[in-house]
Structure formats: structure tokens, C-alpha cells
Design a protein around this ligand. Structure first.
Ligand code: TRP
Length: 474
């Protein structure tokens, strides 16, 4: 890391530093909006992260967008901190300097959520009578808010519902996008509850360089991939914001309720919006909040306002739901509960998540077996040693090896996975051999997805997306 604090052009006062972090944050956002190259964005994000560290050192406070420093007390006056361990996570950026990926335990502390520990997993098993999904067993869903409350409700035969979503930014979904849906499908099955899936085509129109028509088209295309995960048509409602907001008698009322109870200052603090962001972005969080309240779906829940909601999502979506949970009691609603997943790493390494805009960082759901093979062999970051001799002698490092990480997501057999880990760590298994296991796991998985997707007719999509009563009586 460059020594930012002692350079000549460096700001010295906390306020100047604050302004510098803010400006750099804006630069990152504009680079992203302008579709700059990944390298350029990465470099700008790195600078942003180190500026934040410098800011914290100088003021003793975490940088908070929109809140200039007050009562600052420097952490130390021995120059810049040498540890560069600040991860950056918000709904648009995930970045860390650590090859093992984000420090999720720290994130739990920073976000104020709770760890999904063995005790909670055991309780899920007891309550449902089902073996917990391997995403739970392996810490892929690792954090929660109020999951015990959901289990209490379930034990007392009180209904709840599931809510998840997807921002349709392109036609191309990659395997990482499936994680929340695979898990949500499992939850729907074991708990037998209604599910609503929000497609935020409005969000993508606001944030990306897309026409409304394109964003809506992507929503429909993505809906097919989501349906292909196997959701029950009688228990699932999928909606495009662009469609549903204008035709629901409940949804928009909840959007407005949320809007009335969150200030510009608050969303600036939570999402880092600035004065130059369009008002569509500034008010969008209310639209992602609304599906957390059962009265947004009168066709499903009739006039019931107090059906509790459980949201499985990747942890980067938590800022939306922190806001939602904060407003809920003030507008007479229950706070939604949450289950958070870790990120699906890019092929190049766990420093960032997979991105749909970089074709080589991802395995797409449309990839052929050959493309899958080539991408993994060529791009999957390896924790193996440089030469066979060294590898045999010292073994590989599973903690940074992307092929191994992917296997933890997709290789369901626990014993098989443990065998791979042992063999790779000891050096008995070579990188090429580990990659082969991954290739042979992903090829059939993606092919089966493509097969299921082909069976989905426009009529089925329409059915899933029609506001209607589901197979539950409220
Ligand atoms: N904002 C999310 C995205 O860009 C989409 C989304 C909307 C979502 N509602 C959600 C994701 C609820 C998880 C849970 O992908």
C-alpha cells in the first residue's frame, strides 16, 4: 500500500481527508457507471479503501458517507496503520486485499448481525426434521437476523413467508447468482411457505446504462433462469417492479410509508448517495423494502399485515434491510428476519465477487461444457505450488484456491469434499486434478439447468408473474 499519509499532496485535516474519501467514493461510482475497465475500477477501489484506513487512523472513526468527522481522536500518532485489513462491502462493491476473501466474522460484528452457529443449525434440523442444507453446514449462509423468531413462529404453527430478489442487469446469469435461489428453494420445500421474488428492473434502469424496455426484457429472461431452479408455481409469485408497482393496491402504499420515515441524510449514511445522485436512486431503497411487508401482496395475504417475512440474500444486500428493519416498527409492521450468504468468488480469486460484466470472471448458465473447462483451466486462481515437486512436498492451500471454494458450493457429498481437501493439502492431489473434479461437477450442473430452462414456456412465466392467490389460505 502506498504511504498515503506522509505524501506531499496528502490532506492533513480530518475534514480534508473526509472530503477526499467522499470524492474517491464518487469516482468509483462514476467509473462503474461509465463501465470502466475492471483494472481501473479495482485501482480506484484500492485507493478508496486505503483512504478510509487513513481516515480512521486520523479520526478514530469509521468513515460514514454524509457524516463529516466530529470529536475525532486519532487512533495513534505513529503514522499510518500498517494493517490493510479493512474489507469494503456495500450493494455495489465487494473488495478485500485478502486472498482468502472477506473476513466474514468481522462483517458480522460491523453489521451487527448474528452468526449462524451450530446451535442454530441444530435447531433448524430439530424443527424441520430435515438434514440442514450443505450451504448451512458449510457456512455459506453464515449470518442471520431473528432466525430464532421464525423458528418460534413455525413451531407455534404461525405462518411466515420468504422474500428474495434479483437485479436483472443483463441476460447472462452466472452460477454465483443461483446461490440464493438454490437455498430459497430448499427453504420453501422444508417449511412449505409462500415465496415472493422481486425483479428490480427499475433499479437496474436507474443504475445502469439501460432503457426501460431492456431492463424489463432482462427481468423476464432472468425469471426463466429463476424458475428453472425448481420453484413451485402454486407457492411462488415473481414480479417485475416495473409491472407490479402500478397494479398492486398494497405495494405502493408501503413504498410511500417507508419513504416518509427515512430521511435523505439516513440513506446517504447507509448507501453513500451524494447530492448528484438522481432522486430515483435515492428513493429506490423504499421499493426494495416494501416486499418485506405482507400487506404489499393483498392477493396472497388478504388483509393480513403481520405475516412475518424471512429474506435469504447475499450479505451485500443487508444495508437495504437494516433500513427496512429500522422503519418497520415505526409504520406498524414486523421487522423482516434475514439469512445472509457469503459471496461467490470470481474465478480470479476471492478478493471480489463474480461479476456478470466480465465474461472471464464467471461461469455463465449459458456456457458450453467446453467453455466451462477452458475457463476453469485458464482462469481459476490456484492455491497450488509452482512446480509439481514443490506441490508434492508442501501441498496446496485450499483457503485461497478458487476451484476448491467452488466445490464447497457445488459438491454436495461431504465425504468426497473432505477427501479432496485432505489430498490437495497434502500434495497428493495436483491443481489440474482438482480443477478436473470441479469441471466434472459444474458441466452436468449447468447442462441440467439449461435443460430445465428450455422446458419453461412463456405461459409458465406469465403464470408465475400474475398477481394471484397462492396455495395458502390467509
Ligand atoms: N438489489 C438486488 C440486486 O441488485 C435485488 C433484490 C431485490 C434482492 N430485493 C431483494 C436481493 C431481496 C435479495 C433479497 O441483485
Amino acid at each position: 500500500m502506498a504511504d498515503i499519509q506522509n505524501c506531499d499532496s496528502c490532506p492533513s485535516s480530518p475534514l480534508e481527508l473526509f472530503e477526499r474519501v467522499t470524492a474517491q467514493g464518487e469516482k468509483v461510482r462514476s467509473l462503474k457507471a461509465g463501465k470502466a475497465s475492471t483494472d481501473e475500477i479495482d485501482a480506484a477501489v484500492k485507493l478508496l479503501l486505503s483512504l478510509k484506513v487513513t481516515y480512521k487512523t486520523a479520526t478514530g472513526q469509521d468513515y460514514k458517507a454524509g457524516s463529516p468527522p466530529v470529536n475525532f481522536s486519532p487512533v495513534s500518532n505513529n503514522g499510518p496503520t500498517t494493517t490493510q485489513d479493512e474489507d469494503f462491502v456495500d450493494p455495489w462493491t465487494v473488495q478485500t486485499s485478502n486472498a482468502k476473501g472477506i473476513d466474514y466474522d468481522k462483517l458480522i460484528v460491523r453489521f451487527g448481525s448474528s452468526k449462524i452457529d451450530k446451535e442454530l443449525i441444530n435447531r433448524i434440523e430439530r424443527v424441520t426434521g430435515k438434514t440442514p442444507h450443505h450451504f448451512l453446514r458449510r457456512g455459506i449462509f453464515f449470518s442471520h437476523r431473528d432466525m430464532n423468531q421464525i423458528l418460534d413462529a413455525y413451531e407455534n404453527k404461525k405462518p411466515f413467508y420468504l422474500y428474495t430478489g434479483r437485479g436483472p442487469s443483463s441476460e447472462a446469469m452466472h452460477v454465483g447468482h443461483l446461490i440464493p435461489f438454490i437455498f430459497t428453494k430448499w427453504l420453501q420445500e422444508v417449511f412449505n411457505v409462500p415465496l415472493v421474488i422481486q425483479l428490480t428492473d427499475d433499479e437496474k434502469y436507474l443504475w445502469k446504462d439501460l432503457t426501460i424496455e431492456k431492463a424489463y426484457e432482462y427481468a423476464i429472461e432472468n425469471a426463466k433462469d429463476i424458475i428453472a431452479c425448481g420453484f413451485d408455481i402454486n407457492k411462488t409469485f415473481i414480479f417485475s417492479d416495473l409491472d407490479y408497482l402500478g397494479m398492486s393496491s398494497g405495494f405502493y402504499k408501503n413504498v410511500v410509508k417507508v419513504q416518509k420515515h427515512v430521511t435523505f441524510n439516513q440513506v446517504k449514511g447507509i448507501f453513500g448517495f451524494t447530492d448528484s445522485d438522481c432522486i430515483g436512486k435515492i428513493s429506490f431503497p423504499a421499493i426494495q423494502a416494501a416486499p418485506s411487508f405482507s400487506s404489499s401482496f393483498p392477493q396472497i395475504f388478504k388483509d393480513k399485515k403481520d405475516i412475518q417475512c424471512l429474506i435469504p440474500c447475499a450479505i451485500d444486500q443487508d444495508p437495504y434491510f437494516r433500513m427496512t428493519r429500522d422503519v418497520a416498527p415505526r409504520i406498524g409492521y414486523l421487522k423482516p428476519a434475514l439469512l445472509h450468504s457469503i459471496f461467490f468468488p470470481a474465478l480470479q480469486g476471492a478478493q471480489t465477487k463474480m461479476s456478470a460484466s466480465d465474461p472471464n470472471s464467471s461461469i455463465f448458465l449459458t456456457d458450453t461444457p467446453k467453455q466451462i473447462k477452458t475457463k476453469i483451466n485458464k482462469h481459476a486462481f490456484s492455491g497450488g505450488k509452482d512446480t509439481i515437486e514443490e506441490h508434492r512436498k508442501y501441498g496446496g492451500n485450499c483457503e485461497v484456491d478458487v476451484s476448491y471454494m467452488y466445490l464447497t458450493f457445488f459438491l454436495e457429498d461431504d465425504d468426497e469434499l473432505e477427501k479432496m481437501k485432505q489430498a490437495y493439502t497434502s500434495g497428493a492431489l495436483l491443481t489440474g486434478e482438482l480443477k478436473k473434479v470441479l469441471i466434472e461437477t459444474l458441466q452436468p450442473l449447468v447442462a441440467a439447468h439449461q435443460q430445465r430452462r428450455k422446458q419453461i414456456t412463456d405461459e409458465m412465466v406469465k403464470q408465475f408473474m400474475t398477481p394471484r392467490k397462492l396455495a395458502f389460505d390467509f
